[in-house]
Structure formats: structure tokens, C-alpha cells
Design a binder for this molecule. Structure first.
Ligand SMILES: [Cu+2]
Length: 168
């Protein structure tokens, strides 16, 4: 009977909407690394629209079997990376930012590092039992003024067809 199918769908759809509204992921990206690199980092902002704290407890990708949740912390005057015990808490009605120099997802033992411009899917597990998959574009870090245009100009114009520059 069609009725049963419709009812089942309605229940599932409503449940999905309620769960998905609690968490929102923004500004996700993966750091582009040299092809020989065995590690890279993932960054994002997680918003929690519920009235309960929810923790990000695990993440997985298809290019690494070992994704750890890390933080940078000052330990005895040294900047160190360490695994975050119990995951990263996204406070109720608040948000948490994973960014360079702070919390990050660390992909270890990478066989083939994703190239700049690719979009990779990251699956994330939360303490409320929710799982979310988000698209993370691969790009260079957000560091400013990395472009060095001092000194000589490169002459890459050998292939220019001068007929493109006719004056009318
Ligand atoms: Cu790390």
C-alpha cells in the first residue's frame, strides 16, 4: 500500500529536519600541501543552534585512515599540537572555530594528498549521535601577503600571439 510508504517517508523526513537544524557548518577548508606530504589539516566553523552543548568527537575522510582532533597549545613556553580529549565542545547556542594555530582536524598517514582546488568530503561525528558530511575545498592557507612580487618580473609571454594586440 502506498499509504505505508508515504507515512514512513514523512516520519523520516521530519526527524532529519529536526536533527539537521541543531548544527551548522561554515567556512570549511583543507590546507593544500605539497604532494609528498603525509599530513594536512582541516578547518571549519561549527554553529550549535540547540540549547545543549554538543561535541565534535570524530571525523573521517577517504584519503586518510587516521583523522585526529588536535589543538595547538602552549606547553612550557612551547607551541605544541596535541589530541583533544573528549572532542571539541560546541557550546549551546554558540559556535566554535577550528582555524590555523588553534583547533584543527589532522589527517595523518595520507597516501595521496588532495590537490589544491579539489573538494573533499569530511564526515563528522557528534556527541548527540548526529553525523554530518560537509564539502571541504582544498586551498592554500589564509595567510596574508604570501605573494611575493618584488624584484624582476617573469617573462611568461612567449606564447602570446601578437596579432591579439593589433591597434585599431
Ligand atoms: Cu595537528
Amino acid at each position: 500500500m502506498n499509504f505505508k510508504i508515504l507515512l514512513g517517508c514523512a516520519l523520516v523526513c521530519v526527524a532529519n529536519v529536526v536533527m539537521a537544524s541543531d548544527l551548522m557548518i561554515k567556512d570549511a577548508w583543507i590546507r593544500a600541501m605539497p604532494p609528498v606530504s603525509k599530513v594536512t589539516g582541516g578547518f571549519l566553523t561549527i554553529h550549535n543552534h540547540s540549547s545543549k552543548d554538543i561535541s565534535l568527537i570524530a571525523a573521517s575522510v577517504d584519503f586518510s585512515d587516521r583523522v585526529e582532533i588536535h589543538e595547538h597549545a602552549h606547553v612550557d613556553g612551547m607551541m605544541k599540537m596535541r589530541e583533544v580529549e573528549g572532542g571539541i565542545v560546541v557550546p549551546a547556542n554558540g559556535m566554535v572555530e577550528l582555524k590555523p594555530g588553534g583547533y584543527h582536524l589532522m589527517m595523518m598517514d595520507v597516501e595521496k594528498i588532495p590537490a589544491e582546488g579539489e573538494i573533499v568530503q569530511v564526515e563528522m561525528e557528534f556527541s548527540n549521535g548526529e553525523t554530518m558530511t560537509a564539502n571541504f575545498p582544498v586551498k592554500k592557507g589564509a595567510a596574508k601577503s604570501e605573494m611575493k612580487h618584488h624584484g624582476e618580473h617573469d617573462h611568461h609571454s612567449d606564447k602570446h600571439d601578437m596579432s591579439d594586440h593589433k591597434h585599431h
